[in-house]
Write a protein that binds this ligand. Structure first.
Ligand code: SF4
Length: 266
């Protein structure tokens, strides 16, 4: 539209008049967003009132900033690396982004307790522990699960002689908090296998992709089977605990002192 080229979101005005201003955040939140919220026929919370009915949201409490906050929190819950989220949010300091990753020691301890009982080996055999402290001491977090290989545990997870091909390793102990990472690894392996095929890679290279894909898919299937055996309430608790632990792990790369060491828990 003539006169609007300068702005991605021009301010509303007469269509024939040249627009010289952009849409302000205030106009968006006070008018555009408010009209959109008010136009939604029904907005119900998950919480229930004394009669068991869902409670309507207070529309005045739904603000545009909430979308930004929810976006950031979902990334943090999913384990997005803190430096990546910092860039996505355009924060000037990691300290600001860190607010989305903050988990108290007590919540960490409870989260470990919840998922530790569901740990398994690469074949799906239970390796769960009722002792969260013992669970933490015997393993270190690597990209797709816990690693119990002593030299790697000692090195904080950065010393793997098998190049982190964990699904083929007997020291591998994934718990449900690693489920999104497993899904991502499987998707990445598929994409890399296709690329390697297109590049005419040697058969042994493609075979390695196939074996890893098969092994990780089996780990994921076994994990899903264990989760399917839980009640909906138990699954919700596991998911909530998993989010907490992913947040902690995502922040560790940049805040090494902020470890998942539950020995410091009160
Ligand atoms: S491949 Fe084995 S030793 Fe290496 S990180 Fe994975 S579980 Fe640990």
């Amino acid at each position: 539209m003539p006169g609007c080229e300068e702005w991605l979101f021009p301010a509303p005005g007469a269509t024939r008049r040249s627009r010289v201003r952009y849409l302000t955040a205030h106009y968006f939140s006070a008018r555009v967003f408010r009209e959109w919220v008010d136009g939604i026929p029904e907005l119900l919370d998950d919480r229930l009132d004394d009669n068991g009915d869902q409670i309507p949201y207070r529309r005045s409490e739904i603000v545009a900033y909430g979308l930004r906050h929810a976006y950031a929190q979902r990334h943090a819950d999913a384990g997005t690396a803190i430096d990546v989220l910092c860039k996505l949010m355009d924060h000037r300091s990691l300290d600001v982004t860190m607010g989305y990753y903050t988990v108290s020691q007590e919540r960490r301890r409870k989260a470990v307790e919840t998922v530790a009982v569901l740990a398994a080996d690469r074949h799906g055999n239970p390796r769960g522990s009722n002792d969260p402290l013992a669970y933490e001491l015997r393993s270190v977090a690597v990209p797709n699960g816990g690693c119990t290989e002593p030299s790697n545990v000692k090195a904080g997870g950065g010393h793997c002689r098998m190049r982190f091909q964990c699904a083929g390793c007997d020291f591998y102990e994934p718990d449900p908090s690693y489920r999104p990472a497993l899904e991502q690894t499987i998707a990445d392996l598929r994409a890399d296998r296709e690329a390697a095929t297109a590049m005419g890679a040697a058969d042994w290279v493609l075979a390695n992709f196939e074996h890893q894909l098969e092994a990780y898919a089996k780990v994921l299937a076994e994990m899903d089977e264990r989760l399917a055996g839980l009640s909906p309430q138990e699954r919700d608790a596991v998911e909530a605990a998993s989010k907490e632990l992913r947040k902690v792990r995502a922040s560790q790369a940049f805040f090494p002192g902020d470890t998942l060491d539950i020995r410091r828990a009160p």
